[in-house]
Design a protein around this ligand. Structure first.
Ligand code: KIV
Length: 276
C-alpha cells in the first residue's frame, strides 16, 4: 500500500494542481503570441518526465506506439486497452505539459462510441484527445467537444487509413485534395478543435491552412510554416535506425550509443572487470 501511495493509484493518477500547467488555452495563445509549438510523443513515465523537463508543451500518447513500441506493422492494430495502459503510464509523470491521447482505429466510429472512448482516455489521465479525419467525423468531434473534452484534429496523411491508401503519401497535391483539406481544417476549427496536426501535407498548402486558421497547426512532414512541429520521439532521437523517414532529421543516434554502451558493459562482465 505504501508503494502505491507514493506513486499514485494503479489507474489514473490523482490530479493535483501543477504550477505553470499548460492547458489547451495556453496552446491556442501560443499562436497569437507568435510562439512556435514543439510537440513530441511519449508512451511511458520516464519519457514523459524527460520531455516535460525539456519544456515540451504538448506531449502526445500517439497510437504510433503500436509501431514504435509494440511492434505492430501499422497503427490499425492498436486497441483502446493499449492506449489506456500507456496513457496511465505517461499520466503518472504528472507533466506540466498538456497530455493528449490518440483515439485508436475503430474507437470513434459514431458519436456515442467516440464519447465513451474519449472518456475512457480521460479517466486514464489524458487531458485532450486526438482523432484522425475531417468533415466525415464532425458528428463525433462535436459530441466529444460537447462532452467537455478538448479535441486535437489530425488531417493530411492519416496513418489509420494506410491500408486503404496503400502507403504513406503526401496530401494536397491535386486541386480536389487541396480544397478538401482546407474545408476540413476550417470545419474542425469551427467545431472547436484547439489545434490541428497536419501530417505529410504539401508545405505550401500547410502554410496556407496555417494562415487561414486562428487555431494552431502542428506539422509533421508538412514544411516549416506550421505554428508548431510534432515528431515521434523514437524517430527524433534515432532509436529506430532501421526506419528512415524523409521528414525526420534525428538529433541523436541513441540506438548506436545504447548498443555501444551495452556491449562495453557486457565485455566488462565477461572479462571479470565489472566494478560493482
Ligand atoms: O500517433 C502519433 O504519434 C501521431 C503523431 C505522429 C502526430 O499521430
Amino acid at each position: 500500500m505504501r508503494a502505491l501511495a507514493a506513486h499514485g493509484t494503479v489507474n489514473a493518477p490523482a490530479r493535483k494542481m501543477i504550477p505553470g500547467k499548460i492547458t489547451v488555452e495556453t496552446i491556442r495563445e501560443m499562436k497569437s503570441a507568435g510562439r512556435k509549438i514543439a510537440a513530441l510523443t511519449a508512451y511511458d513515465y520516464p519519457t514523459t518526465k524527460l520531455l516535460d523537463a525539456a519544456g515540451i508543451p504538448l506531449i502526445l500518447v500517439g497510437d504510433s506506439l503500436g509501431m514504435v513500441v509494440l511492434g505492430y506493422p501499422d497503427t490499425t492494430l492498436v486497441t483502446m486497452a493499449d492506449m489506456e495502459h500507456h496513457v496511465r503510464a505517461a499520466a503518472r509523470a504528472q507533466p506540466q505539459a498538456l497530455l493528449v491521447a490518440d483515439m485508436p482505429y475503430g474507437s470513434f466510429d459514431n458519436p456515442d462510441t467516440a464519447v465513451a472512448n474519449a472518456k475512457r482516455l480521460v479517466a486514464a489521465g489524458a487531458e485532450a484527445v486526438k482523432a484522425e479525419g475531417g468533415q466525415e467525423i464532425l458528428p463525433q468531434v462535436n459530441a466529444i467537444i460537447a462532452a467537455g473534452i478538448p479535441f486535437l484534429g489530425h488531417l493530411g496523411m492519416l496513418p489509420q487509413r494506410v491500408r486503404a491508401e496503400g502507403g504513406y503519401k503526401m496530401k494536397g497535391k491535386t486541386p480536389a485534395e487541396r480544397e478538401r483539406l482546407i474545408a476540413d481544417a476550417e470545419a474542425l476549427a469551427r467545431a472547436g478543435a484547439f489545434a490541428i496536426v497536419l501530417e505529410l501535407v504539401v508545405p505550401e498548402l500547410a502554410a496556407e491552412i496555417t494562415r487561414r486558421l486562428s487555431i494552431p497547426t502542428i506539422g509533421i512532414g508538412s514544411g516549416p510554416d506550421c505554428d508548431g512541429q510534432i515528431r515521434v520521439t523514437h524517430d527524433l532521437v534515432g532509436l529506430l535506425p532501421w526506419v528512415q523517414l524523409r521528414h525526420v532529421r534525428p538529433v541523436l543516434n541513441a540506438a548506436e550509443q545504447i548498443l555501444a554502451a551495452i556491449k562495453q558493459w557486457k565485455d566488462a562482465v565477461v572479462q571479470g572487470r565489472s566494478e560493482v
